[in-house]
Write a protein that binds this ligand. Structure first.
Ligand SMILES: Nc1ncnc2c1ncn2[C@@H]1O[C@H](COP(=O)(O)OP(=O)(O)OP(=O)(O)O)[C@@H](O)[C@H]1O
Ligand SMILES: [Mg+2]
Length: 324
């Protein structure tokens, strides 16, 4: 099928939802969720533990039903045509679907059987994916011996056996080391380049920043904000210049010259709120010059998604403080 019909602003959305609701007992988990995810894009759902990310994924992938609202996935209505939805999607859950007692290859072939692929085609698909995901060498070993990163790659490879056009990845990189995380990001980018729509949940703001075309922040059962990473960053304050000193005397002189600055007496650092423009920096440096002090380290901090997350999910009274 020509991909051009299925991507771009005029294409029908891959996933759309209106007023999705879900409660467990008297606990409302989703309190009216609206989504519109264009085909061929990456959408990231962010939210603190228990916000309802996995619940959203489970509803959209027909594993559970919503109490209210409606949604279409790949043009199929969730309630009217769950089979149509299932045929179009792949789901990699938050917890691994890999069977450790059998080999990576056997896990893949099991998926091929589930998708009713003819034997030869199943073997070819499995071999191709194992190769592509760097698992060919371990394919004949029991998956129980795989590292976390290998297991996660196998998980996603299994999801791709049916060649889904929409995939849900629930926290695809949680627990992975930075190198494995980057490998996973590369895999996700390749999928998108092939025109696949990716719905991912993550705890890692940097991951959403790196991968997602649009990001939604889920909090208290509602979408607290939605937009591109840049749009979200503009929602919160948090820009500042950080000055660090080695000499306590210099630190104190600078602190008196910059009365508006936040102080960190332990690390001899000052935090001067601002947007980091050239004009502002020049005035800051002028004031330091006048006071006769020189900072040992100067860093300009623009708000990042951590700031957005903390501000929107009610976590802090100090948006902008990040730890890198
Ligand atoms: N089957 C269930 N029965 C009762 N409560 C549930 C059930 N499934 C989820 N919940 C509750 O719904 C809320 C949202 O859970 P969910 O797993 O969707 O959160 P999450 O955003 O994926 O969290 P995490 O970041 O920890 O994965 C939680 O309070 C959870 O305890
Ligand atoms: Mg979850």
């Amino acid at each position: 099928m020509p991909t051009s019909r299925w991507v771009g602003p005029h294409a029908p959305p891959a996933i759309s939802a209106l007023g999705l609701r879900k409660s467990y007992g008297d606990r409302t988990v989703l309190d009216g969720i609206d989504l519109r995810i264009p085909a061929g894009s990456v959408f990231a759902l962010l939210g603190p533990n228990g916000a309802g990310k996995t619940t959203t994924v489970r509803i959209l992938s027909t594993l559970i039903t919503a109490d209210g609202g409606q949604a279409q996935v790949a043009g199929h209505d969730l309630t009217a045509s769950p089979g149509g939805v299932r045929a179009a999607i792949g789901v990699t859950g938050q917890f691994s679907a890999v069977d450790g007692l059998i080999t990576g290859e056997e896990n893949m072939l099991l998926m091929a059987d589930l998708h009713h692929l003819p034997r030869r085609e199943g073997r070819r698909t499995a071999a191709g994916l194992l190769e592509r995901f760097g698992l060919a060498e371990v394919a004949k070993k029991p998956a129980a011996g795989y590292s976390g990163g290998m297991r996660r790659r196998l998980d996603i490879a299994m999801t791709l056996v049916g060649n889904p056009r929409i995939i849900f990845l629930d926290e695809p990189t949680t627990g992975l080391d930075p190198r494995s995380r980057h490998t996973m990001w590369g895999i996700i980018r390749e999928l998108v380049a092939d025109g696949v729509t990716v719905f991912l949940t993550t705890q890692y703001l940097e991951e959403a920043d790196q991968l997602a075309d649009r990001i939604a922040v889920l909090d208290q059962g509602r979408i607290a904000a939605e937009g591109t990473a840049e749009e979200l960053k503009r929602l919160v304050p948090g820009g500042h210049v950080r000055l660090r000193f080695l000499d306590p005397a210099a630190y104190h002189r600078a602190a008196s010259a910059l009365p508006g600055a936040g102080r960190d007496d332990d690390s001899l650092a000052l935090r001067v709120p601002g947007d980091g423009t050239q004009r502002e920096l020049r005035s800051l440096l002028d004031r330091l010059d006048t006071a006769g002090v020189e900072a040992d380290e100067l860093t300009v901090h623009t708000p990042d998604l951590d700031d957005v997350f903390l501000a929107l999910t009610g976590g802090t009274d100090q948006p902008g403080e990040t730890h890198r």
